[in-house]
Design a binder for this molecule. Sequence first.
Ligand SMILES: [Zn+2]
Ligand SMILES: [Zn+2]
Length: 435
Amino acid sequence: MPYIKFLGGCREVGRSAVLIESNNGAQCILDYGIRFKGEERLPLDGDFSNLKAVALSHCHVDHSGALPFLFKNKDIPLFTNPLTLRMSEILIKDTIKISNYPYPFGYRELQKTIKNASFLSNEVRQKIDDKFYITFYDAGHIPGSVSILVEVDNKRILYTGDINTQETNLVSPAEPSKLPEIDVLITESTYSLREHPIRAELEKRFTDDTLNIIENGGKVLVPAFGVARSQEILLVLQKYNFKSEIFLDGLARKVSIEYAQFPNSFRNFAEYKSAFKKAQLITSREKRKNLKKRSDGLIISPSGMLKGGAALEYISSILNDPSSAVFLVGYQVEGTPGRKLIDEKVFEFKERNSRNYRTRDIFIKAKCNVDYYDFSSHADKIHLHRYIDDLKFQNDSKFIFCMHGDTKSTTSFAYDLSDKGFNSVAPEIGETYKI
Ligand SMILES: [Zn+2]
Ligand SMILES: [Zn+2]
C-alpha cells in the first residue's frame, strides 16, 4: 500500500513537508519549509534515496524555505511555476541574509535548487514514476499558489497547501468544483477555528482610517509582507480611490516590480499595473531620507511582523508622533515585535549591527495610533468547511489529515470533521499512514 509520512507542519504553522511513497518505493515530497522559532527549524530528514520529484505549493518560506537542504546532494525535478520559483528565490535569499539561525544551507544550495526547477502548468498531469502523477490546481492564496493532486497506485491524494476560496483583489479563489474525486485530503487548518471580518467592510475601514490620519497631518506606516500583501493593499487603495501619496520601500518595492513580469498570475493584471503606478518607489538613500523628514504620507514597507526590513527605518519617528499610525495588515505571530505592538503598544526590538554583530535593545512606548486589520489570504472556518463539503470523495473512507495550524486548530478541526462523518486526524510529526 502507498503511504503518507508527515515530515513537518504538524500541529504547527511552519516547516510544512509531506512525503508520499508508492508501492514500489518511489517517493515524492510536497513542500519543504522552515519555521522561525525553536531549535528544530527544518522538516524531518530521512532516507530519500528513491525521491523522484519535489512539488512546491507556493513561495512562502514555511513551504519553500528548506528546499536548498533537500537539493544539496540531489538532482531531481522540483515541480513549480516561474512566479513561485522567482519569489521563493527572493524569500529564501532574504531568510539566509537576515536570520541569526545557522541554517544548514546557503546561497550555493539555493542556486542548485533553482537549477533543478521544472515548470508545470496548472491542470496538466505530470508523470513522476510508474502509477505516480502530480497535477497542480489554483489555490487562490497568493499569485502562483497551487494545491497539489497526487495520484499514486490508483489513489488520489489532494494536498491543499495554503488555500483561499474567497476572491481577493489580487487573485481568483480556489475552485473545488474543478477537482476530480479524491480518496484522501491533506488540508491546511490555519483559521479552522476563526472567522475573518467581512472583506468589503475591512477594506473600507482601512482606507478611511488611513486617509483620516493623513488628512490630519500624520504619517501611516503599513509594515505589510513583501509578497502579495503589499500588492493587495495597493489594490485596495485604488479600489477606494485613495488620493493621497503612497510610498513603497524594501521587499514590497522589489516584489511589486517583479510581479509585473507575470501577467497571467493575477485576477486582473491591468488593475494591478495601474495600482502599482500610483505608488512612488523609494529607490535610494536620498529618497528615504526625504521621506523620513516628511510629516505625512502612507508608507508600505516590510517586514510584515516588524522583525526587520525597511519598515524599521521609519518606525521610531512614527511611534513617537501621536498624530501618526502603524497599521498592521497581516497575522502577527506570538513573540514578534508586531504582536507586542498590538497587544501592549510597545515596540521592542534587538537591533544587530551587520558590521560588528553587536546588538542594541530598542524599547519604545508607542504614542501613535496602532491598529490591526485582518487581511488574511487563508480560508477561514466557514470557508474551509464549505470547501471540504464541496469536494467529492471516491469512497466512504473519506480520509482527512489536518495540518498547518497550531495544536488546537488542527485537533479541533479534525474532531469537527469526524462529527461530520469524515475519517479525520491531526497527524503528529514523523507519523506514517498507509492509505
Ligand atoms: Zn502561504
Ligand atoms: Zn503556509
